[in-house]
Design a protein around this ligand. Sequence first.
Ligand SMILES: Cc1ncc(COP(=O)(O)O)c(C=O)c1O
Length: 414
Amino acid sequence: MYISKRGTKLLENYQPLVKAHFLCAENPWAANVNPDGYINLGTAENHLVFDILKPKLNASPGLEESHTHYADLHGMKVFREQLATFLSGTTSHQITADKLVVASGSSAILDMLMYAMCEPGEGIIIPAPYYAGFDHDLKTRVNVEPIPAYTEVENDFKITQEVLLQALIQAGKRKIKVRGILITNPNNPLGSVYSEQTLQMIIAFAKENKLSIISDELYARSVFGKRSYTSLARLTEEAGVGINLVYGFAKDFGLSGFKAGALYTTDEKILQVVQQLAYFMPVSNATQKILYNILQDEAFLNYYFSENQLRLAAASEFVHTKLNEAGIATYPTEAGFFVWMNLSKWLSAYSFDAEMELYNHILETGKVNISPGQVFHSATPGWFRLCYARKPEMINEAVNRISEALGALKQVSV
Ligand SMILES: Cc1ncc(COP(=O)(O)O)c(C=O)c1O
């Protein structure tokens, strides 16, 4: 059968990390049952909260006949209203249901947003390292070019005006028209939150260069460090500029399998375009009803989020301690499920090829899947992301295996 050029390109770009995810899923480690299986710490999922969610998820959702028929394909009105209340509390900014579009995951939201916002070949600046899936979300169907704005460890991975300006200059050299800037706050893969000062600088930069602002705030309620999170929704309103806020249930709610995400946009035309596209990727009414039941129970939400934060904080401390004891340097984590760690002393050469070699070594000999920094567009080789929202026994086993795999290698000074 004929395969389109677009389809062929997609097959050629099949990501090795997706392969690793399924390799681990086929033969997963379990302490007693399958002690030689793979441990997947490469996928950003929260495995620490199901016991809290279980009673809510297993209670009868109270489905009615209306749920069995077509409703608004960009999200049932009652669901959007409940979500608007939740997001207003989360962002400290008044969010209304009429400016929300619900769709099957934040990736779907970003794909539609790119369709609405950019011509094929145009660019979006993204401070790097950034979540690897953005490449897929931006490029696959709409062919929008992610332009990395490289932040560096020497400057505490800070987003500065200089870093953004360099990205703009690089895009100019490649004759790419830049339409917007995409921020992830709290950040994946760094596990950090941005200060209000940094966010204000980003707004000023976007304003000066006529760029739209997109803020992915999927980890807003998974913050446990000393610094609190500030939403760009509030700051942009105060600055009199628009916002496209992306949210979802995959991270804060540990419900990645539900594939539910949302866009809040202050731009009426973007809203209308995305509403129309949502026809192709809606969330089922039954799923929306389950999520509605969770969102409308304020007492449960308060308990759930405070417990989630405690568990993430404990898991973060555990993994940092274990890694540091194994001689692995880590970047401090304030939010999310990640530890960004430096394995550059074990590279056979200071290159991204050597980083991939090290990744394969840990996967093949240690049977642990962690993610190499190059997929996040790290500026320098040797960084890896490990997702730690797992039970301590699994983290313990994984770090021992990583340590053993590294022990088999010669350390070099870089
Ligand atoms: C920053 C960020 N945005 C978006 C996504 C994708 O979310 P979803 O599963 O809702 O498509 C992820 C998943 O890892 C993420 O980390």
